[in-house]
Design a protein around this ligand. Structure first.
Ligand SMILES: NC(=O)CCC(=O)C(=O)O
Length: 263
């Protein structure tokens, strides 16, 4: 399967520009044969918490409709990065995924809010997560800072996920962590890990791209530089059961001895 990571230059607060950029890049990716396209975190508004009330959308609002239409028009799976979604009184950092018919197949709200970027002040944390189907394989989504919490990704892997999508706005000063954590999650869970970052600046942070795809062995399938670009990679989800058979960590783990979890 050919996948495309949309490494956008998100302009904080300029939703019209950002949506047009996303549309152009998705269209280009689909035209060159991508079957699955991944957008970054907060691709529509950036971290524009000063104007949050302008950017709160509903599950059937303009971003959700835009993403569904892109998926349907191009006949692609679309992991729709994330945007700020309002549900009742709360606002979440939410990712929606659509199938090639434009049907919503996954909704995930970021579980771990990053205080360094003031998410804990403005947003509520999600409470649920689940795998979903991409063809015959199970897939999963986390959002950026969630990457630092291996228990969540382990849970997805134990539930059978072969691929993890990580839409992000990960700042340059912690780039080494981005690359190391993505690779670690791929090796320890023997799954594809697809990290889609942004480039550009906002008033607090600089983003250096380096979107990347790791295979379930931890090798790099494709990696982006630090400019706006579409990163393409071929993934073969059949690799996952093969590697899980060769090094059977899921068989060999002893969860009854691990003292993490409810505490
Ligand atoms: N947008 C984010 O969640 C950034 C995460 C990050 O910078 C970090 O974990 O470090």
């Amino acid at each position: 399967m050919k996948i495309a990571l949309i490494q956008m230059n998100v302009i904080q607060g300029d939703t019209e520009h950002n949506q047009q950029q996303a549309e152009e890049m998705i269209t280009e990716a689909a035209n060159v044969g991508a079957e699955l396209v991944v957008l970054p975190e907060m691709w529509k508004s950036g971290y524009d918490f000063g104007h949050l009330s302008k950017h709160m959308e509903s599950i059937d609002g303009s971003s959700a409709n835009f993403l569904a239409k892109q998926a349907r028009t191009h006949g692609i799976y679309l992991v729709g990065g994330s945007f700020t979604m309002q549900d009742q009184e709360k606002v979440y950092n939410t990712s929606l995924t659509f199938d090639p018919q434009g049907k919503l197949i996954n909704q995930y709200s970021k579980l771990h809010l990053i205080g360094l970027m003031q998410e804990d002040k403005y947003l509520s944390a999600g409470q649920n997560y689940q795998t979903f189907s991409i063809g015959d394989a199970l897939a999963s989504v986390i959002i950026c800072y969630d990457l630092r919490f291996p228990e969540l990704i382990r849970t997805y892997a134990v539930e059978g996920a072969s691929i993890l999508f990580v839409p992000a706005q990960w700042p340059i000063q912690r780039e080494a962590h981005w690359l190391a954590l993505l690779r670690a999650r791929a090796i320890e869970n023997q799954m594809y890990v697809v990290g889609t970052n942004v480039v550009g600046k906002n008033e607090n942070d600089t983003f250096n791209g380096r979107s990347i795809i790791f295979d379930p062995w931890g090798d790099v399938v494709a990696e982006a530089s630090n400019v706006k670009q579409i990163l393409y990679g071929e993934i073969d989800l059949e690799q996952v059961p093969k590697i899980r058979r060769d090094i059977p960590v899921f068989h060999d783990r002893v969860p009854h001895l691990y003292r993490v979890g409810k505490s």
